[in-house]
Design a protein around this ligand. Structure first.
Ligand code: 5GP
Length: 172
């Protein structure tokens, strides 16, 4: 097993999520938003986020695949599971674990836009802007992080490490 080094602790993550949740609860008050979690990586973030918010929300999931072996992206994004709840006329917040090159999010925003919600915004817990290939508007950002492959807090490498409560760098 590779060694992992903590770069953002569970306490820091919890504190930042409480701030994001307060901001979202203000911005979406009386809007009954649908939060769309991007599987699998965002399952931990989304579950902490909705429980820290103090307004009613609905939740759905979408699943895409793009990664090959761990750190290598195939560059091709495939929709594996689409939305189950109709979103036409609703306020939608896409909840993503991490934005790297930006291709996944840009594909997802297109998919969501076609279903004609009243508004679409994007919330990403981690952002690696130095790796961007296509520009994407991120409305709510948890942490901006350096260009390193990270695991934990839902993020994996070949399905390992998702359970780690802190954000870690994989040391070779
Ligand atoms: P993008 O399309 O923005 O390049 O990649 C987004 C997706 O790639 C994320 O949803 C995530 O699944 C994966 N990804 C990007 N960077 C990392 C990383 O540092 N660690 C892990 N575990 N996954 C990443």
């Amino acid at each position: 097993m590779d060694k992992t080094k903590i770069i953002i602790t569970r306490e820091e993550i919890a504190k930042r999520i409480a701030e994001l949740a307060a901001e979202l609860s203000r911005d979406y008050k009386d809007k009954n938003p649908i939060l769309i979690g991007v599987l699998k990586g965002s399952f931990v973030f989304l579950s902490d986020l909705v429980r820290a918010m103090n307004i009613p929300v609905e939740v759905d999931f979408i699943r895409v695949s793009s990664y090959g072996a761990c750190k290598e992206t195939s560059g091709k994004i495939k929709l594996v599971q689409g939305l189950k709840i109709p979103i036409k006329g609703r306020h939608v917040l896409v909840v993503e674990d991490i934005v790297d090159g930006g291709l996944t999010v840009s594909f997802l925003l297109d998919y969501v836009k076609h279903r004609r919600p009243v508004s679409i915004k994007l919330c990403a817990l981690f952002d690696k802007p130095s790796r961007r290939k296509v520009e994407v508007p991120i409305d709510y950002i948890g942490f901006t992080i350096p260009d390193a492959f990270v695991v934990g807090y839902g993020l994996d490498c070949n399905e390992k490490y998702r359970y780690l409560p802190d954000l870690c760098i994989l040391e070779e």
